[in-house]
Design a protein around this ligand. Structure first.
Ligand SMILES: Cc1ncc(C[n+]2csc(CCOP(=O)(O)OP(=O)(O)O)c2C)c(N)n1
Length: 575
């Protein structure tokens, strides 16, 4: 059975257009990945499961025999690789998203199936290889998950990564629930292998984290080919002479995929009230079904290239054609550019997530002020978090703090209010150096760059290279907050912990050794919680020295410390 026949069989297993409307006599197994783990090696019986979107992607990856899953943690994508590993898949954390994508490209060049997972801003880091792998194409399958966070539940911006699919020329699927997260992962593999292109699986917070029913087909998906190297220099070495035809090749493939999407793509059409038709994708489709149950609906599953002719026919069949989407007016712009008369939500709905109430407002053209959600309890550093000692010292010394992203970002809030900038992962070093270069000396001498251990590995190291290469006249002080884990996203390992995703012993990236090897002579390793006054004195001395100073504040995260001890002990046992 080939991939496409498998997908057809999968379709036949479904009952009704909305997987959430499972008939009442249907047994739903409320099973999470933990229970599924018990089922191996017969991984693929017909099952009805209750899974989150992230778990569904992981299960599909497993069922499809994905050779490798790699990524960098980031809400709401983190659980995909964790679930994939828990199910028995080969999963690993990369130092950052760019490396994760590059490793995946290597797997797919070698004819294997690869899954690269990241949050939306992670795709910015991985954008360089993304744009060019669209030209090279792949021999096996490459599925790139972009988990977007409209509403910024846990992010520094709410960029809409559907734009990346268009800009890079990468086909894109958008699941609306866990069933589609499972199905579209398989479809992504199919499209990737059929056209030899990377495929984006764009998924948003609510789909990632909500649980809904998943039906699996009852037999394993067609097995992947065994990876083997085939030389194809013109396809994979993107010097201009080979890249020019590669770009033309990409556009031809995208035109073919567009035709396929019109005729065979996973577009759901619901014939309802002809007076109101709604075009919606992803989680917005679920909100529309609840808010406007009688409306006609057009839900493209592949959203790049769009099934624009099907959208045109749909719009022509209904009186009023409304586009309901979170984030940018991506669908509305595409429809209008194609001459389809659609109505888009007013600008106010571009901000934050949509929900059923907001969709009702959009449909009613209600532009009255929206009720403000009640202010919740502001987040704060845990009691006894080692970061507290650091921010107490920085506040007492009145430092100008170029900050970064992690639990320690909470140093910006009371009672510390000791962070002055936060842009993106790794920016603490460059931003701090920039300020040092131009501020008057008395201010420049107060500037400190503060960065977490996982963040330093992700993208801080090149900032340290910059510091050594272009040192400011007043020197600089960098603080690495080494709490032995990636705390913010749920305690993931990283190269600095010396343990793999599943907590096994591996090669360790030692911050102080790397810094010394780079020529930084003044490296201080200390526990900031042991003697807070001495720690503060150390920072003051570093600020006053006018040299390049690196302080590694090392103390395990309180919430991770017990587990870290357990992993280390287990790793000491002879295997
Ligand atoms: C490009 C990018 N990838 C991932 C994330 C999600 N994220 C934010 S901070 C962070 C790492 C935090 O770990 P660490 O630097 O060790 O600080 P801690 O939370 O442990 O204090 C991650 C993975 C992000 N914001 N941006």
């Amino acid at each position: 059975m080939n991939n496409r026949t498998f997908l057809l069989c999968l379709d036949r297993l479904r009952r009704g257009p909305c997987p959430l409307s499972v008939p009442s006599d249907t047994l739903i197994v409320p099973m999470g990945v933990r229970e599924l783990q018990m089922e191996t090696p017969n991984r693929c019986p017909a099952r009805r499961l209750l899974l989150s979107g992230d778990e569904a992607v992981a299960l599909a990856a497993l069922d499809a025999g994905m050779h490798l899953g790699t990524g960098y943690p980031g809400t709401p994508s983190t659980e995909i690789l964790e679930a994939f590993a828990a199910l028995g898949g080969h999963a690993q954390w990369a130092p950052n998203e760019k490396v994760a994508l590059e490793v995946s490209i290597g797997v797919a060049f070698a004819g294997g199936r690869a899954l690269a997972t990241m949050k939306h801003v992670g795709l910015n880091v991985a954008a360089d290889p993304l744009f060019t792998v669209a030209y090279t194409g792949v021999t096996g399958a490459l599925v790139i998950v972009s988990a977007d966070d409209p509403g910024m539940a846990s992010s520094q911006n709410e960029q809409d990564n559907r734009r990346y699919a268009v800009a890079a020329g990468v086909p894109m699927f958008e699941p609306a629930d866990s069933q589609e997260a499972y199905d579209f992962t398989l479809r992504s593999i199919d499209v990737s292998e059929r056209w030899g292109l990377p495929v984006l699986l764009r998924i948003t917070t609510r789909v990632c984290h909500s649980k809904s029913v998943v039906i699996t087909p009852g037999y394993p998906a067609p097995p992947p080919r065994a990876p083997a190297f085939e030389c194809n220099i013109a396809a994979r070495v993107m010097i201009p002479a080979y890249a020019r035809p590669a770009h033309r090749r990409l556009r031809r493939k995208l035109a073919e995929i567009a035709r396929w999407n019109e005729s065979e793509g996973p577009t759901v059409m619901i014939e309802g009230d002809a007076a109101l038709g709604v075009i919606a994708t992803g989680i917005c489709y679920q909100h529309v079904r609840e808010a406007l149950p009688h409306s006609s609906v057009c839900k493209p599953g592949m959203t790049y290239p769009l099934p624009i002719e099907r959208m045109r026919e749909f719009a022509a069949r209904v009186g009023r054609c409304l586009v309901v989407e979170e984030g940018d007016p991506y669908l509305a712009d595409a429809a209008r550019a194609a001459g389809i008369a659609v109505e888009a939500a007013p600008e106010a709905f571009r901000f934050g997530e949509l929900n059923v109430a907001r969709v009702r407002r959009i449909a009613a053209r209600d532009q009255s002020p929206e009720p403000q959600p009640s202010a919740g309890k502001p987040p704060e550093l845990c009691p006894s978090c080692p970061h507290r000692a650091v921010f107490t010292a920085l506040r007492n010394l009145d430092c100008i703090v170029a900050g970064d992203i992690g639990c320690y970002s909470l140093g910006v809030l009371p009672p510390f209010e000791a962070m002055d900038t936060l842009v993106c992962m790794g920016a603490a070093l460059g931003v701090g150096l920039g300020m040092r270069h131009v501020l008057p000396p008395e201010q420049a001498r107060r500037v400190v760059s503060v960065i977490g251990d996982s963040t330093f590995v992700h993208s801080g190291i090149t900032g340290l290279v910059e510091m050594v290469y272009n040192p400011p006249p007043t020197g600089h002080v960098v603080l690495i907050l080494d709490n032995g884990t990636t705390a913010m996203t749920g305690m993931q390992e990283h190269p600095g912990t010396g343990r793999t995703l599943d907590h096994q012993h591996t090669g360790k990236y030692v911050f102080e050794d790397v810094a010394r090897a780079m020529g930084i002579r003044r490296v201080h390793v200390t526990d900031p919680t042991l003697e807070p006054a001495a720690f503060e004195t150390l920072i003051k001395a570093c600020l006053d020295s006018g040299k390049l100073e690196l302080i590694i504040a090392r103390r395990d995260c309180l919430l991770a410390a017990g587990a870290i001890r357990k992993y280390e002990k287990a790793n000491e046992q002879p295997h």
